[in-house]
Design a binder for this molecule. Structure first.
Ligand SMILES: [Ca+2]
Length: 339
């Protein structure tokens, strides 16, 4: 009995100890975050943001544990390319995009002409980024950027993004009251990070403020971005090919970071089974991608395979993912057949 009592006592002491430790670490981490906010405010003012805006915006910043969770445990990507593309470019998506286009036809057509960017591409990007404005994200992006700047993993990158965001608020380019977006700080119909807003976003309807959740400003900003980075209207993005297995490995790209070994299409003739039926200018420069090789265990090495062109790399510029760019250009083609 005595032993049992002692054991009980020991357990309760142990639990108390654990609880107090947990509590003190929670207190420590929140005061650490407050310390970080203080230091960050000094840095922001030094970088040229007004004291007033730094205070107004940063006084509401809180540490969001979920943001760290999303950052650490981004679900590993096991979908093969076909599944990924099929899910994101289906008939429903086209239907939804068409209904938006029919409502906003005048604005979207005008933007297409002015920036030389196909409306189908703009619709495809918006459809894949936010399902036409349905998933804009509900996170307070000042707090998500603050959490990621406070966190060690990519602190430098997110600190810069946060300072850019404060400057945009300070210059009254964007409204601090509507800063809700993704857990990683992306914002609006096309999910722009602060740096993208600064570099490419425009106040298309000239009401002195950039509204990236509204059609006029968001479509014009996306079109301006694509035009500035060099998207060429009416030139191809990618074409599917069937490879012979005599293709040297060095020509197979499976990383979106750096597309290597570009040649004229005709150079690849001996490696492509369906070469003669490719409806494409054979003098165009292209590279070969095989996106499933590194990700899907046991994937058949040479399928699926695609020839990708300069435009494809512009979409990678927007988002470094081979599958994302394939899905965007596929959805673009689906719109082309439907509009
Ligand atoms: Ca505006």
């Amino acid at each position: 009995m005595l032993l049992k009592k002692m054991l009980k006592k020991l357990i309760s002491i142990y639990i108390l100890l654990i609880l107090s430790l947990l509590q003190s670490s929670a207190v420590a981490s929140s005061s650490d975050f407050d310390m970080w906010v203080k230091k960050f405010k000094v840095l922001a003012v030094k970088s040229g943001v007004s004291v007033k805006v730094v205070d107004e915006v940063m006084n509401n910043a809180v540490f969001l544990p979920n943001v760290i969770k999303y950052d650490r445990f981004q679900p590993e990507f096991y979908e093969d390319t076909y599944t990924y593309i099929k899910k994101r470019t289906n008939k429903n998506k086209v239907k939804k995009g068409l209904s938006l286009y029919n409502k906003e036809k005048l604005t979207i057509d005008k933007i297409e002409k002015e920036f030389l960017i196909e409306k189908e591409l703009l619709l495809a990007l918006m459809g894949i980024e936010t399902n036409f404005g349905k998933y804009l994200g509900k996170m307070d992006i000042v707090s998500s950027l603050s959490t990621l700047s406070y966190d060690k993993r990519r602190s430098e990158f997110f600190t810069k993004e946060l300072i850019i965001l404060l400057k945009l608020v300070d210059q009254k380019i964007i409204d601090k009251k509507i800063l809700f977006g993704s857990w990683a700080g992306a914002f609006g119909n096309f999910q722009f990070m602060p740096r993208t807003i600064r570099n490419y976003a425009i106040d298309y309807n000239k009401n002195t403020i950039i509204e990236l959740k509204k059609t006029e400003d968001s479509f014009a900003s996306a079109a301006n971005y694509l035009n500035t980075i060099g998207w060429k209207k009416n030139t191809p993005c990618f074409i599917k090919i069937n490879l012979n297995n005599n293709i040297p490995n060095k020509y197979l790209n499976s990383s979106a970071l750096n597309i290597k070994n570009k040649k004229k299409v005709k150079y690849f003739k001996k490696y492509i089974k369906n070469y003669n039926s490719l409806k494409i200018d054979k003098n165009l420069e292209a590279a070969i991608i095989t996106p499933d090789i590194d990700i899907i265990p046991g994937a058949y090495t040479y399928a699926p395979a695609y020839l990708v062109f300069a435009n494809y790399e512009k979409v990678l510029n927007w988002n470094r993912s081979l599958r994302f760019a394939l899905a965007v250009c596929t959805l673009k083609n689906n719109f082309k057949n439907a509009i």
